[in-house]
Design a protein around this ligand. Structure first.
Ligand code: PBG
Length: 304
């Protein structure tokens, strides 16, 4: 009766990794219980998630081939586009399909944009992200989620969607995305480790809280409907400040490293997995998140 914070199944978003092929289900080494799956296997995973009441999934695509511009990202027949169509056909409106809009899974150098003179070029990248978002929209995505951190991409995607008759399609933007060591295991899952340098020129300095608020303000001005803070647990103050400052839905991403730390410690018998997960997710909600993107979504929903 007196408990102030609850984590509900309907707060959870499950990330999934789509790869080419059929019948593929490869476990990610650093993320036990998380798989790279072909479209047919993804459809089964989404059905299991829907059965336990999870309202939304977030899709990442790993293409057959990578190139300097990440051109498979906007291929209408790409893995994500195929997965969106297959999930929508199987589940209808039962599950919302959110697509990650970024180039790092699709570029051969692993950066989130095109490279000019050894660095990611902001504006040309925005143009490619627009093509990717439109392709996801045509496939039937319910929400697009740009995760690259280029300046101006939310506005560019918003006007392109509006012009193409997708004015109702919401944008969930990774507004405050920090340059974090906690993405390590994801880069194995998405095969997106940068081949040179790091992402410090476009992701945020972990020391900056006010900058996070400026990034969120910009994305909202440009038309974002939901903003994401990422990672979650090391940035609960940012979640709280964003929620206090802006009247918009806030999502927090419990990222791969947060997942793997709990998994590894519990595999060693050093920590009680279920309690550690419940406590982490409750803290994220208590800080002010309306929804949580978590690889633990199905486990939590199944034990609820
Ligand atoms: C990149 C992207 C990343 C994650 C989601 N989208 C990784 C990165 O920036 O390297 C990380 C998610 C996780 O660690 O679980 N577009």
């Amino acid at each position: 009766m007196l408990r102030e914070t609850t984590v509900g199944v309907d707060d959870l978003i499950l990330p999934l990794f789509v790869v080419p092929g059929r019948g593929v289900r490869n476990e990610v080494g650093a993320m036990p219980g998380v798989f790279q799956e072909s479209v047919d296997a993804i459809v089964d995973s989404v059905a299991r998630a829907a059965d336990v009441g999870i309202p939304a999934v977030l899709l990442f695509g790993i293409p057959e081939a990578k190139d300097p511009t990440g051109s498979h990202a906007w291929d209408d027949d790409g893995v994500v586009q195929q997965a969106v169509r297959a999930i929508k056909e199987a589940q209808g409106d039962q599950v919302m399909v959110i697509t990650d809009v970024c180039l790092c899974e699709y570029t051969d150098h692993g950066h989130c944009g095109v490279i000019h003179d050894g660095d990611v070029a902001n504006d040309p990248t925005c143009g490619l992200l627009v093509k990717e978002a439109l392709s996801h929209a045509r496939a039937g995505a319910d929400i697009v989620a740009p995760s690259d951190m280029m300046d101006g991409r939310v506005g560019a995607i918003r006007s392109a969607l509006d012009e193409a008759d997708f004015s109702d399609l919401p944008i969930m933007s990774y507004a405050a995305k920090f340059c974090s060591a906690f993405y390590g295991p994801f880069r194995e899952a998405a095969e997106s480790t940068p081949q040179f340098g790091d992402r410090r020129t476009y992701q945020m300095d972990p020391a900056n809280g006010l900058e996070a608020l400026r990034e969120v303000a910009l994305d909202l001005e440009e038309g974002a409907d939901i903003v994401i803070v990422k990672p979650a647990l090391p940035y609960l103050d940012v979640v709280q400040r964003v929620k206090a400052e802006f009247e918009c839905p806030v999502a927090a991403y419990q990222v791969s490293g947060e997942y793997s730390m709990i998994k590894a410690a519990s595999a060693n018998g050093w920590i009680d997995e279920e309690r550690a997960v419940a406590e982490s997710l409750t803290s994220i909600k208590r800080a002010g998140a309306d929804m949580i993107i978590t690889y633990y979504a199905v486990d939590v929903a199944s034990s609820a």
